[in-house]
Design a binder for this molecule. Structure first.
Ligand code: DUC
Ligand code: ZN
Ligand code: ZN
Length: 483
């Protein structure tokens, strides 16, 4: 007998939409078909839309910043909010700061996640100090233990790598078959702008956006792509915010470079105008929200497949003295911790904008929010689709329900939503994680610590193309291996 049947819904994957039942046994999808037999429990999904649970492949959870401040959320509160928003898998970070041993860092984040996570998780490794030991001993062990992706920063004083260090990590990742994800902005342009703005007294939150020139995004993406091409290492560009950034990725993909791009709801739905509000600090994130023309360009890039995923970049700080206002009630833009909450709102915002508005197809919604991240980060054997054998991570949507997002409804620890006042059509009514109903009637029914670690290698997306730059290709050059 089946454990659970979701009966009569419109079931969507990234390629098909069919009306059928979903039969679940022992945490996995066991059958798809009409009139599936008896089950211990049945959920009536007549008139509802049934999709895979969301995968949020870029979110900061219980992460310590370089300045010592920790995100507002714990694994418990962050993954609770994710589940209530229809997300069943997250990929947050094990974040090294300078002077920290990467093995200790990874052990500590595993401890936090094991204790608190309510949904399943993998971890990206943030590398800020690529020493010889880290590159030759630690990364190989950690990747083979199931951490198949590495993240680098090209900006932030305390986090960034110089180009030579970026090349070291890209080259090491190539040997390990790991994906490399990058925060790509031109550091010098940002610090130069910050100094000039503050020197002249331009300190309000809205100047945060001015200090991150759009040219700096395209430049860093282009430079990173060139470095990735030199050593033939696949890369993912995080949080693309500008039309020029997306165009740079499109051009590289057009010549066969293995580069993927993501964007986030803050670049699809918000503009720089938010930062000019009295509480503009809430919207200070990096890169900053841009213009309506950028929103249009990013949507087109998603439609064409130039950008593949939409993640939350959830980085929550409360709007009080513990977070956004830790430097006082009127901080300069430089003193405001960067980031905004978004784990809970991502899926409803995207369902509304793609499915309810008719901008793209239901299959596109599934691809962008679940299937593509599963494929890029090598989770697709278990996650990201509704198919026999996969984990039964499923969301039942009331496609007609209208909900106005507001601060008093958020369930993460930031205490506000960047989308307050926006009404979405379509809401995740029931959320199933590995066959267990974990959200129903707006209530969570899962214990902290019940989420599981998802070990993974870099997989197919992270495999090199075999086209090294001529200077590094022994066959085309001087016959010696430099890689
Ligand atoms: N910028 C980042 O680089 N990370 C977290 C959030 C943000 O705004
Ligand atoms: Zn970033
Ligand atoms: Zn981030």
């Amino acid at each position: 007998m089946l454990d659970l049947v979701i009966r009569g819904g419109t079931v969507a994957t990234a390629c098909d939409v069919v009306r059928c039942d979903v039969g679940i046994r022992e945490g996995r999808i066991a059958m798809l078909g009409e009139g599936l037999g008896e089950a211990a429990r049945t959920i009536d999904a007549e008139g509802k839309v049934v999709t895979p649970g969301g995968i949020d492949s870029h979110c900061h959870i219980e992460q310590l910043s370089a300045s010592g401040i920790r995100n507002a959320d714990t694994f418990e509160t962050a993954t609770r909010s994710a589940a209530l928003g229809g997300t069943t898998t997250v990929i947050p970070f094990a974040c090294q700061h300078k002077g920290m041993d990467l093995f200790d860092v990874v052990r500590d984040y595993h401890g936090l996640a094991e204790r608190g996570a309510i949904i399943d998780y993998a971890l990206h490794l943030i590398v800020t100090e690529p020493t010889e030991r880290l590159l030759s001993e630690q990364l190989p062990r950690l990747v083979s233990d199931g951490h198949g992706s590495i993240k680098l920063f090209m900006t932030y004083d305390a986090m960034r790598l110089h180009d030579e260090e970026v090349l070291d990590v890209l080259s090491a990742a190539r040997g390990l078959g790991a994906m490399v994800c990058v925060h790509a902005e031109n550091h010098g342009m940002i610090t130069w702008m910050v100094r000039r703005l503050l020197d002249r007294g331009y300190a309000a939150p809205k100047f945060h956006a001015v200090s991150h020139p759009r040219l700096g995004e395209a430049e860093a993406i282009q430079r990173l792509i060139a470095m990735a091409e030199l050593v033939d290492q696949p890369i993912m560009i995080f949080h693309v915010s500008t039309a020029e950034g997306a165009a740079t990725i499109r051009a590289a993909r057009g010549r066969g470079v293995k580069v993927w791009g993501e964007t986030c709801p803050q670049y699809l739905f918000l503009t720089v105008a938010e930062l000019d509000r009295p509480d503009g600090a809430k919207w200070c994130c990096s890169p900053p929200p841009r213009t309506e023309a950028d929103q249009d360009a990013l949507w087109q890039a998603l439609e064409r497949g130039d950008l593949s995923t939409v993640t939350s970049d959830h980085a929550p700080f409360a709007y009080d003295e513990t977070g956004k206002l830790r430097a006082g009630p009127s901080p300069t833009f430089k003193e405001i911790p960067n980031g905004m909450p978004g784990l809970e709102a991502r899926m409803p915002l995207m369902f509304d904008a793609i499915v309810s508005s008719g901008r793209m197809a239901l299959t596109d919604f599934v691809r962008i929010t679940a299937t593509a991240p599963a494929e890029i980060y090598n989770l697709a054997d278990r996650k990201g689709s509704i198919a026999v054998g996969k984990d039964a991570d499923v969301v039942v949507w009331d496609a007609g329900r209208r909900v106005t997002l507001s601060d008093d409804k958020v369930s993460d620890a930031a205490g506000y939503t960047a989308y307050a006042g926006r009404t979405v059509t379509g809401w995740p009514e029931v959320v199933v994680r590995r066959g267990e109903v974990i959200v129903e009637d707006g209530t969570l029914h899962a214990a902290p610590g019940s989420g599981r670690f998802l070990p993974r290698s870099g997989g197919r997306a992270a495999a090199p193309t075999g086209r090294l730059a001529p200077e590094l290709d022994p066959a085309k050059n001087f016959g010696a291996e430099l890689g």
